[in-house]
Ligand binder design. Structure first.
Ligand code: PLP
Length: 404
């Protein structure tokens, strides 16, 4: 057995690992951005924004797309457009980014947190159904990290109870469920283009829907009452009276960056999926190591981060997930990390206001967060297979020492 690097042995990544920056950059995009700059048309229903919104929606099998400033504004706007407000409850996963739970609060509703599935970590459909009350107006399943929530079961339960569905696809650009794009199963699909995401323009977001009326409302709520096709200062049709709308518009520059990424998405997803398939197969051969299960019917599984699990029962007494992370990183795999640290409402942002949310269930995901999850970011999948092979080798080496 070779000595672990953390104990002074040789590193698996003897030359270190350079994951490179994120996102990839393309000179032809830079040229287009320069032209856009000179065009002096930078926002407000520009041609690039319109084309990108339509193309992105189509890629995900929806009819309409509305481009916005970020993936928090899209969730909030989706809920507003669906008529969610004070007195309503919105069911969200206990394990997600804060924004998923904050969006219901912004519109005056109560977020209700429910547990995740032990294999995919996404919302558990049974936990969702158990949390439904007469006040439940909407549910926000999240396609978390490298999986897709069980859309068939969640949408069937939602339909049975008259609950609206907003899919949070912030981690799932390009993923398909039974051949159909994520975001097109719910009433609205919400995407983020924040710096770390699969597609990014630094910031940005998109709501997709196939419901024309909903599309109009989403547009007006995010565009200070203006309808599609308006000119600045001249609404083509007047906004409804008392529409408390926002300006969440985004720019032509961001649309251009994202359009060029969209053009590459199918090819990039394929390469990442091949690396992910390799990691699933090889990591699962290591006693005590597992991986986050892809969506049950995901015909294309996109990966924002790759989820690896450590079984605490397989570790020697005194060793924890944190020791495994430290030892794997010492082998040179510097970018393997523990994740968000706690279920959403136990983060500081939430502890301040326990009266404003309800917790229904959380134990499965809390145990995974505390004891099991290790994340490897998208750049591992974007790079060559040889790097993934070394990552597996690092886990194998560490588990030979730390496993029972
Ligand atoms: C699951 C999830 N939902 C929503 C958001 C919010 O997106 P944004 O950061 O663009 O506001 C994020 C991201 O960062 C996220 O990870």
């Amino acid at each position: 057995m070779s000595k672990l690097a953390i104990d002074g042995g040789e590193k698996v990544f003897a030359e270190g690992v350079n994951l490179g920056g994120w996102p990839p950059v393309y000179p032809e995009t830079a040229e287009k951005l320069a032209k856009l700059y000179m065009s002096q048309k930078w926002s407000f229903y520009g041609a690039v924004e319109m084309a990108f919104s339509a193309n992105f929606a189509k890629y995900h099998d929806a009819k309409f797309g509305t481009f916005m400033v970020n993936g928090t504004a899209t969730l909030e706007t989706a809920l507003k457009a669906l008529g969610v407000g004070p007195g309503d409850e919105v069911i969200v996963p206990s394990w997600t980014w804060m924004a998923t739970g904050m969006a219901p609060l912004y519109v005056g509703a109560t977020p209700v947190f429910v547990d995740g599935d032990k294999a995919t970590f996404c919302m558990d459909p049974e936990a969702f159904e158990a949390a439904i009350t007469p006040r439940t107006k909407a549910v926000i399943p999240v396609h978390l990290f490298g999986s897709v929530a069980d859309l068939d079961r969640i949408c069937a339960i939602a339909q049975k109870h008259g609950v609206k569905v907003v899919e949070d696809c912030a981690h799932a650009h390009g993923a398909k469920w039974n051949g159909k794009g994520v975001g097109s199963f719910g009433d609205v699909g919400s995407f983020s283009f924040q710096q770390s995401k699969i597609m990014t323009a630094g910031e940005g977001g998109m709501c997709i829907t196939s419901d024309e009326e909903l599309f109009d409302r989403i547009g007006r709520y995010s565009h200070i009452g203006y309808s599609l096709g308006s000119k600045q200062g001249k609404p083509s049709t007047p906004p409804p009276v008392n529409l408390d709308s926002h300006n969440y518009r985004c720019t032509e520059f961001q649309a251009q960056i994202l359009q060029d990424q969209l053009d590459r998405l199918a090819e990039d997803s394929k390469r990442r999926q091949e690396n992910a398939d390799y990691l699933h197969a090889e990591l699962r051969k290591i006693p005590g190591i597992g991986t986050q299960a892809p969506g049950r019917c995901a015909t294309v599984q996109s990966y924002y981060v790759f989820g690896i699990t450590v079984d605490p029962a397989a570790l020697k007494p005194g060793k924890t997930k944190a020791d495994v992370i430290a030892a794997v990183n010492a082998e040179g795999a510097v970018e393997v990390f523990a994740g968000w640290g706690a279920v959403t409402y136990k983060q500081r942002l939430w502890n301040a206001s326990p009266d404003r949310y309800r917790v229904e269930s959380f134990r499965t995901v809390e145990e995974i967060i505390q004891n099991r999850i290790v994340l490897a970011d998208i750049r591992w999948l974007n790079g060559p297979r040889s790097r993934c092979e070394k990552l597996v080798e690092a886990f194998r080496k560490v588990m030979q020492e730390y496993g029972k």
